[in-house]
Design a protein around this ligand. Structure first.
Ligand SMILES: [Cu+2]
Length: 122
């Protein structure tokens, strides 16, 4: 009787230890971390594709020029500027601050894009 009681107590202690080990450490983020791989925006036919994206704060965006002519990805507020991108060249930028970033190609101002950066990624 006592032996059975003790073994049940030991079993519940073991389960409790496993739960404690599986629990996130203090300070661990409950939500998903920013995407580790960059979000790709292709520049093709004088357009940013997709023209508008929403990402999570801390995420990285990569632009790639697939056109035979040169382009740039230049933020209206100066936050980022790829400078000249020839065919096949890429530019990456990590968005550390939430906000809405409008950008254009400095050679072709009718090319426009928008990056929405939010803490929820929505
Ligand atoms: Cu351009």
């Amino acid at each position: 009787m006592i032996a059975r009681h003790i073994s049940r107590l030991l079993a519940s202690l073991a389960v409790g230890t496993l739960v404690a080990l599986a629990w996130p450490a203090p300070g661990a983020r409950a939500d998903a971390p920013p995407s580790p791989s960059p979000t790709l925006i292709v520049i093709r036919n004088y357009a940013f594709m997709p023209a508008s994206i929403t990402i999570k704060t801390g995420s990285t965006v990569q632009w790639r020029n697939d056109d035979s002519v040169s382009h740039t990805a230049t933020a209206a507020d100066g936050t980022f500027d790829s400078k000249n991108l020839d065919r096949g060249q890429t530019y990456t930028f990590t968005f550390a601050k939430a906000g809405t970033y409008a950008y254009t190609c400095s050679y072709h101002p009718n090319m426009t894009g928008k990056i929405v950066v939010s803490d929820t990624g929505q």
